[in-house]
Ligand binder design. Structure first.
Ligand code: ADP
Ligand code: MG
Length: 321
């Protein structure tokens, strides 16, 4: 478990992390989302001890990171694999040797049968068994990130830190990498921390997420809690605007915070109330297989009250937009 309490980090006069508190549980896929410059990478680097912090506390499995001796810190860093936007592969090494590199640094011989087997198993897990001898320049972006993932896992870490791991990849390739991260978490039972500015990364794989803005943690929760009913800061981050709603009648937004695929709400309400309305906006997103979001109905002026009443009684969150 990683417990961060009142963490503050400055570069000179610039405060880049301001009183951050959050908890990441073992085995979860945790997202940290925010704009460029929000402090996400610095937070990751504090977690793995690459960066010192000025105040507050980071406990990894009960150990205060800043209080560790150099050798204990190296031990902790071996428990954490890391991947980056630009892959950081060595161009002169082939796939096998890139994945083996952390073993060499740790003084382990990659040719030893059990080590070699571990490397080959990881390369197989990321789907590159036919590329063992390929150099990075012969691989696509997605394949390079797969090599980097295998490399990050070769010392059998308990935590995988991903810093904008899919930001340089096409959307379809991104999906493949995200699916792979989920598979890895499920099969190896490790904790995955994902730093990103991409909303689809969070909705697709994260079980909980923190939203950072200007060095501060603005909101923490399940992705669906942030996305379905966003606060003003998060709406601004998502670039959402409210144009395109009809100017006549009344607009009522209904929030779906549970899977909506099987909900007959709209047709049932129309039939029971004997009221016609149009759906003028729908903003639904897939959260790890569950569809949630909001939609806006346009109703006649005189029907708004009875529609809001119906939704209230049916325990839906609804409001005029
Ligand atoms: P993000 O990953 O969210 O884009 P960063 O953590 O990289 O944000 O950066 C947060 C802020 O800290 C930025 O204003 C950045 O310019 C500043 N910063 C990051 N690293 C350093 C450094 N080594 N020295 C000085 N300022 C830094
Ligand atoms: Mg960053």
């Amino acid at each position: 478990m990683i417990e961060i309490r009142h963490l503050t980090k400055k570069f000179g006069d610039l405060t880049v992390l301001d009183d951050i508190s959050l908890t990441i549980r073992d085995g979860e896929i945790y997202g940290i989302i925010g704009q460029s410059g929000a402090g996400k990478s610095t937070l990751l680097r504090c977690i793995n001890g690459l960066e010192r912090y000025d105040a507050g506390s980071i406990l990894v499995d009960g150990q205060e990171v800043s209080a560790l001796s150099t050798s204990s810190l190296h031990g902790l860093q071996k428990q954490m694999g890391m991947i980056f936007q630009n892959f950081n592969l060595l161009s002169r090494l082939n796939v096998f040797d890139n994945v083996a590199l952390p073993m060499r640094f740790a003084g382990l011989n990659p040719r030893k049968p059990e080590h070699r087997r571990r490397i080959l198993d990881l390369i197989d897990l990321v789907g590159l068994s036919d590329k063992l001898k390929s150099r990075p320049r012969e691989l696509s972006g997605g394949q390079k990130q797969r090599v980097a993932i295998a490399r990050a896992l070769v010392l059998q870490p308990k935590i995988l830190l991903c810093d904008e791991a899919t930001s340089a990849l096409d959307p379809s390739i991104t999906q493949g990498i995200l699916n792979l991260l989920t598979t890895i978490r499920n099969e190896m039972n490790i904790t995955v921390i994902v730093v990103t500015h991409q909303m689809e990364v969070v909705t697709h794989i994260c079980e909980r997420v923190s939203f950072l803005k200007d060095s501060r943690l603005i909101q923490e929760g399940r992705p669906e809690e942030l996305f379905v009913i966003p606060n003003d800061d998060f709406r601004a981050f998502l670039g959402k605007t409210d144009d395109a709603l009809p100017k006549t009648g009344r607009n009522i937004r209904i929030f779906f915070t549970e899977n909506t695929v099987e909900s007959p709400l709209i047709s049932t309400m129309a039939r029971e109330l004997g009221i016609d309305f149009s759906i003028c906006r729908a903003d639904m997103t897939d959260f790890r297989g569950q569809v949630m979001g909001s939609l806006v109905l346009n109703v006649r002026e005189q029907d708004a009250g009875v529609v809001l009443d119906y939704l209230n009684k049916a325990h839906y969150i609804a409001r005029e937009d």
